[in-house]
Design a protein around this ligand. Structure first.
Ligand code: DAH
Length: 342
């Protein structure tokens, strides 16, 4: 009996020691310690031993059981530990694998042009001012020296909010000039980008809502030369140093003298093409020297101060910049179009 128990112990410990996984270990446990296992069978035979042999055999059987149990536990720990380190090795992170980039959106082409323009003017010392889109006719018309019979005041041109025509959606960013001058004294150097509204049908070059950037400089001794230098710097930045401008006489009620500024056609270089309609020049903006009446109206003495102002269409600037031939593309939000910029 003693020899058989010893044999069972050494073969069990040997097999447990060399077992490779949890399933194998479990089948060893059943084989040695289970109900039909080797040790259990031995214990059953205890009954046939004499009373004097029984205690020693029982003690030996218990110590065999304890050894097998602790060997099983130790081996289980070992198998689990090596499984974990294998898993860690297998699942380690390769930091050299290229990352997955989150899809970033694109700036709208008009935002690109607007951001650049803002940067150019800020670089020249301008501040950025804002004004309301729902505006008093007093600011959009009267204080800008636009007389009551002027065509922009027609119902067919302007979106009135009130029956008495005193409030409307602004048709230009120029009222910001007046609002700013009422709140600030010279020297003044601002631009003011924003939405404007006119009763226009949608086509390739018109929309009832579009964007302008207003500019205003007021100080002692400001001349038309300052206006030309500033606008030439803008055009040079936007369309390249070689871009040429042309200042053409024009009329605006709030400037005197007034002009329109053209840039030499960016498509044909001035020889004449479909985009410039054979002219060789493209109209970019309106500008002029702030009218003395406008200055006096906000309490700035026109004998002491002078200023220039301009208004640029952002859609137009963007279309010239990227050679877009239909304004509707700027509003349709078709990704195939928008993703081409930036
Ligand atoms: N407000 C004018 C328009 O919408 C553009 C303009 C012209 C603005 C001359 C100015 C300016 O500031 O001096 O057509």
């Amino acid at each position: 009996m003693k020899a058989t128990l010893e044999k069972l112990r050494s073969s069990a410990l040997g097999e447990i020691d060399s077992s490779g996984d949890i399933a194998e270990l479990e089948s060893l446990r059943v084989r040695y310690l289970g109900k039909k296992g080797g040790l259990t069978a031995m214990l059953r035979q205890m009954g046939s031993l004499s009373a004097s042999e029984r205690p020693a055999a029982g003690a030996l059987a218990n110590s065999v059981r304890a050894d097998i149990e602790s060997a099983l536990a130790a081996r289980l720990k070992g198998i689990e530990a090596s499984a974990l380190s294998e898993k860690l090795l297998r699942e380690k992170i390769d930091v050299t694998v290229p990352g997955k980039r989150a899809e970033a959106g694109h700036r709208h082409p008009m935002s690109i042009v607007l951001d650049e323009t803002r940067d150019i003017f800020i670089g020249m010392g301008f501040a950025v001012a804002e004004g309301p889109e729902v505006e008093l006719s007093l600011y959009d018309f009267d204080k800008l020296n636009i007389p009551p019979n002027h065509t922009v005041r027609e119902w067919s041109d302007t979106f009135y909010i009130t029956e008495d025509e005193s409030v409307h959606l602004r048709c230009q960013t120029s009222p910001v000039q007046v609002r700013y001058m009422e709140a600030h004294r010279p020297p003044i150097r601002i631009i003011s980008p924003g939405r404007v509204f006119r009763r226009d049908e949608v086509d390739a070059s018109h929309s009832p809502m579009f964007h302008q950037i207003e500019g205003l400089v007021v100080d002692r001794g400001i001349t038309l030369g300052d206006l030309k230098g500033t606008l030439n710097a803008l055009v040079g930045h936007l369309y390249g140093e070689g871009a040429k401008t042309r200042f053409r006489p024009h009329h605006f009620p709030f400037t005197e003298p007034s002009c329109e500024v053209d840039v030499r056609c960016v498509v044909c270089g001035g020889t004449g093409c479909r985009v410039c309609k054979g002219e060789g020049w493209l109209e970019l903006l309106g500008a002029g020297m702030v009218h003395p009446k406008v200055l006096a109206g906000v309490g700035i003495d026109p004998d002491e101060y002078s200023g220039f102002a301009f208004g640029i269409g952002v859609e137009r600037m963007t279309m010239l910049r990227y050679r877009i031939d239909d304004m509707r593309l700027l509003y349709e939000n078709d990704l195939r179009f928008l993703e081409q910029f930036e």
